[in-house]
Ligand binder design. Structure first.
Ligand code: MN
Length: 266
């Protein structure tokens, strides 16, 4: 089949939660599941379709979503519950979202089991690291006081830092010839112990913080600590930032894996 007639990929995006809130003036006391617009637009930016996968009443249906869709994007959002990696929250503010953790871990397992690629964004990187047996820093400023600021409440998605891609990795192939770049940084947690089987593909060169990872063999699982979807709007409004990493290349790499998975017999 020629590329011209290849049907668009169907990309699933994991949901964020607004848990039931009796004080919310709209959908009072109801749980909302939602995705942020720019992650959907990023997933669709090369001609594919994106759908949110709601957390079902039972995990069993997730296997059907994994069969139906061609790949999964785990989007950013709340912290991962420290209990997921055997720790107590050091601060009540860092308890994370256990409900979303359980849903996304089941979702990631379903896609991996179906042989469908999984790409993690920010929290998605942290979730995958924990799902595969790694641990997290609950709060970078507390546990790595020497580290660069990786989050600034005022600057939000306008905080940037350098990123260095590790030579010899798949990401180095994707960004051939441009291993130094700049990314946004909107996270106060990060990888402490890397999950077994994963390789670090990029770091912040200033403090060594892990910024991109990939499962070395087996299922296609990769993730970045920055938000590729936030650069879209930044790039549109600011030609003044030609130093920002080209996030289209990340998506192309993920899409190629999705196409390859789709070509395999069930
Ligand atoms: Mn960062």
């Amino acid at each position: 089949m020629s590329a011209l007639h290849t049907p668009p990929l169907k990309l699933g995006v994991s949901a964020c939660f607004f848990h039931a809130d009796p004080a919310r003036p709209i959908f009072t006391g109801k749980t909302l599941q939602y995705i942020e617009q720019s992650v959907a637009h990023w997933a669709m930016s090369q001609g594919d379709l994106a759908v949110m996968i709601p957390a079902p009443a039972a995990d069993a249906r997730l296997a059907d979503y994994a069969q139906w869709l061609d790949g999964l994007v785990l989007m950013g959002g709340s912290d991962v519950w420290p209990g997921s990696y055997g720790e107590q929250p050091m601060d009540p503010r860092w308890q994370g979202d256990r409900i979303r953790d359980a849903y996304e871990m089941a979702l990631a397992r379903a896609f991996v089991a179906a042989g469908k690629p999984v790409f993690g964004v920010c929290r998605g990187l942290q979730l995958l690291n924990v799902a595969f047996g790694g641990t997290l820093l609950q709060d970078i400023p507390t546990q790595r006081p020497e580290a660069l600021a990786h989050r600034d409440a005022g600057l939000y998605d306008q905080l940037f830092h350098p990123v260095q891609i590790e030579p010899g990795t798949r990401l180095a192939q994707v960004y051939a010839g441009q291993l130094q770049s700049t990314v946004n940084s909107v996270h106060h947690q990060g990888i402490k112990d890397l999950a077994p089987g994963f390789v670090v593909e990029a770091r912040c060169p200033t403090d060594g913080m892990i910024e991109a990872v990939r499962l070395q063999t087996g299922p296609w699982v990769a993730a970045v600590q920055w938000h590729p979807e936030f650069h879209l709007t930044t790039q549109a409004s600011a030609a003044a930032r030609p130093d920002l990493i080209d996030d289209g290349l990340l998506l192309t790499d993920f899409r190629q894996a999705c196409h390859a998975a789709r070509a395999l017999p069930d």
